[in-house]
Design a protein around this ligand. Structure first.
Ligand SMILES: CCCCCCCCCCCCCCCC(=O)SCCNC(=O)CCNC(=O)[C@H](O)C(C)(C)COP(=O)(O)OP(=O)(O)OC[C@H]1O[C@@H](n2cnc3c(N)ncnc32)[C@H](O)[C@@H]1OP(=O)(O)O
Length: 208
């Protein structure tokens, strides 16, 4: 489901407000930034129907109404991840279907200085592996297990790539794997298990 320009514009301004709150420690400077953002919010709210935005997020998520804190265009706490789909080329592998997102994480996602918070790293991998687990034709499934390995700090303020793919399927179980890379170097790896609830995966004739 697409997000209106007004909603996406308001979400972007709210992200700017969140960023100002963590970046600006001088109250006078913060107040000035808050006034600017508040004026922009009010101006758009005067007539939502005329709001236009540059480069809107294109909803490629496999989930129809995406409100998640990871990839929603209308949720201000989402970075947001703009998830795409591809088949890995011969240089990297063997034609495996993959979900991936290139994203820049600003200061509000910081854990240790200069590094992305480990919980946000897990959030991003959960979302991208979850998207990959829903490759066409597969029934809905939930994360049952997610194991993270943090190999190096994931940097703030520069583009990182979050990728995920199915490694094998056994009945209702989908075993997933993925990683985050920065400048081609792996900073975090994930392995996970997604399971379809019994009623989702049962043959139609056996459903009551
Ligand atoms: C309807 C869905 C809509 C979704 C489409 C809307 C999406 C909208 C946006 C979402 C975007 C995505 C976001 C990211 C993904 C989340 O964040 S998902 C949210 C977080 N996860 C959850 O809430 C899941 C909570 N857990 C559950 O609900 C249930 O445990 C599950 C996953 C449905 C599984 O329930 P169950 O079928 O009762 O599980 P159970 O029988 O114990 O295990 C199944 C089988 O797996 C085996 N197993 C269990 N654990 C393991 C293990 N660690 N290793 C190996 N085997 C194992 C069991 O032995 C069993 O084997 P069999 O006996 O069948 O041979």
């Amino acid at each position: 489901m697409s997000v209106s320009p007004f909603a996406e514009h308001t979400t972007r301004l709210t992200r700017s407000l969140i960023n100002a709150l963590v970046s600006e420690h001088d109250d006078a400077a913060l107040a000035s930034r808050v006034r600017e953002i508040a004026a922009d919010l009010s101006a758009a709210a005067e007539d939502p129907s005329v709001v236009e935005i540059r480069d809107p997020m294109r909803p490629r998520s496999r989930f129809r109404l995406d409100l998640t804190p990871a990839s929603s265009a209308r949720n201000p706490i989402a970075p947001p991840l703009e998830i795409r789909h591809r088949v890995r080329g011969a240089a990297e592998d063997d034609g495996t279907a993959e979900s991936y997102a290139d994203v820049v994480l600003p200061l509000q996602y910081q854990g240790p200085p200069g590094r992305v918070h480990g919980g946000i790293v897990a959030l991003m991998l959960d979302q991208v592996l979850g998207d990959a687990a829903h490759a066409s034709g597969l029934p809905p499934a939930f994360t049952r297990e997610l194991t993270l390995t943090y190999d190096a700090g994931t940097p703030l303020n520069s583009t990182v790539r979050v990728s995920g793919r199915i490694s094998r399927i056994e009945g209702r179980k989908r075993f997933m794997e993925g990683e985050i890379t920065a400048d081609g170097v792996v900073t975090a790896r994930a392995r996970g298990l997604w399971i379809s609830p019994r009623e989702q995966s049962a043959p139609a004739s056996s459903r009551s």
